[in-house]
Design a binder for this molecule. Sequence first.
Ligand SMILES: C[S@@+](CC[C@H](N)C(=O)[O-])C[C@H]1O[C@@H](n2cnc3c(N)ncnc32)[C@H](O)[C@@H]1O
Length: 260
Amino acid sequence: MISLKARNGRDPKELAVLDMDAHLRDERLKQKYVSTMFDILAPGYDTFTRVFSFGMDRGWKEQLIREGVARAPQRPRLLDLACGTGDLCAAIARRTSASLALGFDLSERMLEEAARRAALTPEPALRFAVGNMLALALPDASIDMVSIGYGIRNTHEPDRALGEIARVIRPGGLLLNLDFYRPVNALWRELYLGYMSVAGNAAGWLWHREPVTYGYLSPSIRRYLTMPAFEEALGRAGFVVEWRKRFLFGALGLHVARRV
Ligand SMILES: C[S@@+](CC[C@H](N)C(=O)[O-])C[C@H]1O[C@@H](n2cnc3c(N)ncnc32)[C@H](O)[C@@H]1O
């Protein structure tokens, strides 16, 4: 049954007292804001994502996984960044028979949810740990495949995140990315972000009695890249896009890119 109340999360008031604009402008403060927010959201995150995307999240991830798995080497070393509850990481690990599947996230509560989920259907290659995609504690060229679902947008510097990801992927390795983007068309941008703002604040109130818990979604997309700008950033970091798919008129994109 779907519950409209979060279980055992951190107190949403911890987020409500922080000044969102000031925190999103500064690297260190943004990291603190985002990890506090996802600690609060972690217990109900999977249900929320399914409901809020009208079930589309599952279809988007399935398409990305299918395209990535079709290009994956045998028994890859996989790294899932901003792994959240670990759904992407576990699915790719299973379907590629990964020799190693690391899930890194900033939020300890998200990692607790990931461990809880993983215990239900154990996958021997899976390991979860606290890790920041802006500074990965991994050697150069040590990973065959990186996957990220709704992750890079939450960092302060997409170029720096992509540079760090490029460092740890071996030449010829793959990046699978799924995220929301700032729509290029101004009219669509205002309609879409207006909807996301109203729906996000309403969902935040329903789930946590604090609109700001999901109110972050719309401003975070407004501050982020458009999909063409993201593809330019991929090129600067040393990736070539092999496959892409746009949804919601460019407000959501899937990419499979190869490290040159
Ligand atoms: C919207 S959730 C996405 C979770 C999951 N990947 C999915 O597809 O549903 C974003 C996650 O990014 C994590 N995150 C944000 N900034 C991060 C960073 N710099 N390094 C690692 N994880 C980060 C948050 O803690 C959160 O769990």
